[in-house]
Design a protein around this ligand. Sequence first.
Ligand code: CDP
Length: 315
Amino acid sequence: GHLVPSGPPSPKKIPPWPSELCKGCRECYSKTWKKQEDNYRNFSSQLRSQCQGFDRAIITQANTPVGSNIVYSAESKRTLMVTPGIFSTFIKENPFPQKKWDTCAVVGNSGILTNSSCGEMIDSAQFVIRCNLPSLGKGYEKHVGTKTDIVTANPTILVRKYGSLNGPRRPFVESLHIYGKSLLLLPAFAFGFCTPLCLKAAYSISDIESPIRPTYFNPDYLRRLSNFWRSRGLHRGLPSTGLVMVNIALEHCANVHVYGFWPFSIHPFELNAVKNHYFDDKTGKWGMHSMPAEFNQLLQLHSQGVLRLHLGNCR
Ligand code: CDP
């Protein structure tokens, strides 16, 4: 065979950051990050006063009595009067403690988590939030961890992956075992079609007696949050699930660590391609959200020391 002369290894090329990112953004991202207590306090108290997620992000029997009128978050003309039947599926009280958690991890689903070795760091947080029924376990543990305290479920998954829950419900309920006793947060009052689907999910869980606790996003909170971000320049559509969960974390946790947020197809520090999800390559339907614009906002919060965004390898 041919012998290839082996010269010195060529220095790793640094790829440009995606053009959707703000100018000079690479400089916003510093690995030697330091929390800026004043900025954190300021931002989290603005969220608390303007969005009131602290006791309103989740619908409870205490904040949404029988007879109240729910206005849908993505269809403002649609309303629903709370009947005793629907009310009985609401969690009794605010599931969050009065005292803030010390550390929270919010885990998005970007393929940037693949080979990140972030699992241990994610699991070391006091409270772990995951989005959209992500894959966990075998092969993923090292990179995304195993612990879950809140997991969200997008109704389109219930439609696509679980046949709208029209058939046997056990496969769906059994697939939730990986999330243990966590809260399952469902957007039951975003669009009209979400309500029967999310109620079916909640009934399936209580019928089969699974430990996971179904709850619903409060559309009133989602609207406030959307206005909050609109006034900060996010004009397109509703905040993505990931951004919503980061905001909930900022009201509840002193130290917010964010993983798996990178809505771009090239890795920020390596040259390799990044999948949309760490567990599949389904491309997102981002019609309603503007992920790159959201990411710019997160990057700014990182540079202001409000939260810590993890992009590279955790080792
Ligand atoms: O629920 P949705 O379809 O919005 O998102 P997902 O793909 O299940 O991922 C959950 C969250 O992670 C998103 O809402 C985004 O905030 C974030 N994400 C990201 O930043 N970059 C990606 N490539 C994929 C997701």
